[in-house]
Every structure is written in C-alpha cells, then in structure tokens.
Design a protein around this ligand. Structure first.
Ligand code: URA
Length: 194
C-alpha cells in the first residue's frame, strides 16, 4: 500500500497534464496515515500548501485539525487528507473542469489504494467531483451518501469547508460552526461503529 501510494505520488509530482504544473511550487499530494478508515477530500492547495507541499497547513488547515481533535481524531493517527486537485490554481480560484479531469486519475488512485470506510467531502468542489450535481453544500452537508463502486462502498458525508467557517464566526445554534460540531460528532459515531 505504501509503495503503491509512493508510485502514484512520484507520477503526480512530474505530471504535466494541465497548465497548473507550470505555476506550482510543489505538488500537494497528501498528509496523514495511509491506512485509515477515514479520508478527507478538500478543494485545492492554497498558498501555504503550495509552498510546503502538504494539504491543509494554513489557517483553514489549523481549524480542520481542531475540528478533528474535538472528537479525538488526528491526522497523525486516524485520517488521510488530500485534495480534488494536487497543484495550486493561480489566485486560489476554483479548479477548472479540465484541471479536475486531468487530476482525477490521482484522486481515484488514492481512493482505490486506501479504500477508506468514510470519505468526507470538504466543500462544494469536492462534493461536485464525487457526487456530481446533488446541490450546494448548505443543503447536502451532514447527510450520508452511498457513493457506490467508484468509492468501494465508502460512506460519504459532505461537510463545510473550514475556510467558510473562518468567514462565519458565530457559534450560535444553527450557525455553520454549530452545524459542523453536529456533523463531526455524527462522523465520530459512525467511525466508531465501522
Ligand atoms: N483548502 C483546501 O481545500 N485544501 C487545502 O489543502 C488547503 C486549503
């Protein structure tokens, strides 16, 4: 498993299938454990991720770590983290369809090798990539989806992106942060049952 992921990582590092390889500093392949029950798919690397070659290392990543820690989960022990695309889009714009398509083979290989029991789809871009047009994140978050064969029967849950939570500071009942707290507890409950 480690070797297979290493092979894909190396292939991805020298990929030239879309123009993003020309402007990136580092390919951002993954972080966390390679044999977990839980995988998180984010959107795309930002500035900090591009500089360090690791996903979710900026402010949003720190918040994500806190969210996991609130239910006793860490990326060192429990989670594999990656993104829909592996190179940073200029100015952090959303990935283009052709960039997502070019990068799909790497994400699919990560899913195929790891075969997690739960996949968290973090934000609209990840939801769209795996589930298609099921609706916006505020409608679909917190619900379990069966992803079928393409994800080897994993349970899928869309969740808010931590960047969105950073822009919405309220913790009141019904606020995005409050909803995320509900979702992560539900995720931990199902995680323990699998
Ligand atoms: N946002 C993402 O979606 N992924 C990262 O790796 C960092 C920020």
């Amino acid at each position: 498993m480690y070797e297979d992921l290493e092979i894909i990582h190396n292939k991805c590092s020298v990929c030239t299938k879309c123009p993003l390889h020309k402007t990136k500093h580092h390919t951002v392949f993954s972080d966390g454990v390679p044999n977990p029950k839980l995988m998180l798919i984010g959107e795309a690397p930002g500035y900090n991720e591009d500089m360090q070659g690791k996903p979710f290392v900026g402010k949003a990543g720190q918040l994500l770590d806190k969210i996991f820690a609130s239910v006793g989960l860490t990326r060192k022990e429990h989670v594999y983290i990656c993104n829909t695309i592996k190179c940073r889009p200029p100015e952090n714009r959303n990935p283009l369809p052709e960039e997502k398509e070019a990068c799909w083979e790497y994400l699919k290989a990560q899913i195929d090798i790891i075969q997690p029991k739960i996949i968290l789809l973090c934000g609209n871009v990840a939801v769209q990539s795996i589930l298609g047009n099921v609706g916006g994140i505020t409608k679909v978050r917190g619900k379990w989806y069966e992803g079928g064969e393409i994800v080897h029967g994993a349970k899928l849950m869309p969740i808010f992106h931590p960047s969105y939570l950073l822009r919405n500071d309220s913790r009141e009942k019904g606020s995005p942060k409050w909803l995320m707290w509900q979702d992560i507890q539900e995720i931990r409950r199902v995680y323990d049952s699998l």
